[in-house]
Design a protein around this ligand. Structure first.
Ligand code: NDP
Length: 324
């Protein structure tokens, strides 16, 4: 099958994204041909494009896609017509279709549209990882969630609030802060405020939060440390504003014996049982209407460079999908 696929020859800004036509091989043993119906845009795609996370060049882009199985290889239990989604490890989502290992696919329940699956598989599993396993909190604990109106942020605010956690959200605009409040945050603060940590301390009666979930990185790292209470945990899970580097371990001691972790989805979802349990929780929350999924933007796949500009320019809200 001949398909269109995004390709980069060199790393750089969104303008480095080009296109090529390739013939896909028939699926081999354990593989399926997946026709994409919706592709999820993720911040990690911009790291692959920019070179922050090095990839082999020339390289393809995009981890998350949902669609239907069009052909199956030997020994596969999925059938033609099955609705599935993936978050990698194939970096081949920015395309009409891909050949993927069956083990890398999640069956999408009948009640969940493929657009929604592409909008939340990667971000929702990240949320499950953070809220249930990296830093699970008890009802009544305070948590700080940065970029709370973003893709992961919106899901994390709702997931934590549903557990009875008291959420302090940060976001870059009044509209985004309101969105976070509508989704369950008790307090919403301006990410760029000079005294952000002080405001978080005040909101928690001085104690600080039990956990800070920080996907913004460089710009919020200091505030996250200062806002986290004694023996609390800082989960630094992304670099939207640039990577955190040169952490002085002594600063964790003086801030009150803090724990810091840098989790990744690709580790927390390595084992088949972790994948089954985590995705089961995610689909169930969506099916029961407990998790509102906002697809804030939809772009034709051909305009993915603009989608990257908007995501990096903090112009997007919720999840973004690309239509092949
Ligand atoms: P988002 O939709 O959250 O977009 C990023 C948001 O970060 C922006 O909307 C913006 O919100 C905020 N931001 C703050 N400062 C900056 C800045 N200087 N430049 C750009 N954005 C800024 O993206 P995703 O939901 O795709 O991802 C969120 C984070 O989670 C990313 O860091 C990503 O890498 C990470 N991630 C990590 C995973 C893991 O396994 N560790 C898995 C999945 C995602 P605002 O305008 O409100 O400030």
């Amino acid at each position: 099958m001949r398909i269109r696929q995004a390709i980069i020859e060199r790393t750089g800004g969104p303008e480095v994204i080009g296109w090529r036509e390739v013939d896909l091989n028939d699926p081999g043993p354990g593989e399926v041909l997946l026709r994409h119906e919706a592709i999820g845009l993720n911040f990690i795609d911009t790291y692959h494009r920019s070179g922050l996370y090095p990839i082999e060049l020339p390289g393809t882009l995009g981890l998350e896609a949902a669609g239907t199985v069009e052909a199956v290889g030997e020994g596969v239990s999925l059938s033609v017509g099955d609705r599935v989604a993936t978050f990698g490890p194939n970096r081949a989502a920015y395309a009409d279709a891909q050949v993927a290992a069956e083990a890398s696919l999640f069956k999408v329940p009948d009640g969940i549209p493929l657009d929604v699956a592409a909008a939340i598989l990667l971000k929702g599993l990240t949320t499950e990882m953070l809220a249930e396993r990296v830093a699970p909190l008890a009802p009544g604990n305070w948590a700080l969630v940065h970029a709370a109106a973003g893709g992961v942020g919106q899901l994390l605010v709702q997931w934590l609030a549903a557990r009875g956690v008291r959420v302090i959200a940060t976001a870059g605009s009044a509209e985004k802060r309101q969105r976070a409040v509508d989704l369950g945050a008790e307090v919403a603060l301006d990410t760029g405020a000079d005294d952000l940590a002080h405001q978080v301390r005040e909101a928690t009666g001085g104690a600080g939060v039990r956990a800070s979930y920080d996907g913004v990185g460089k710009a919020t790292w200091d505030a996250s440390l200062k806002a986290t209470g004694r023996r609390g945990i800082v989960a630094s899970f992304g670099n939207a504003s640039g990577p955190v580097s040169g952490v002085n371990l002594g600063s964790l001691a003086s801030a009150g014996s803090l724990f810091v972790t840098r989790p990744t989805l690709f580790d927390y979802y390595r084992e088949p049982d972790e994948r089954a349990v985590g995705s089961g929780k995610l689909w169930s929350l969506v099916e029961r209407g407990k998790l509102t999924v906002e697809i804030g933007q939809t772009y034709p796949l051909s305009e993915v460079a603009q989608a990257h500009r908007d995501l990096e320019g903090r112009k997007t809200v919720g999840s973004t999908i690309l239509r092949p």
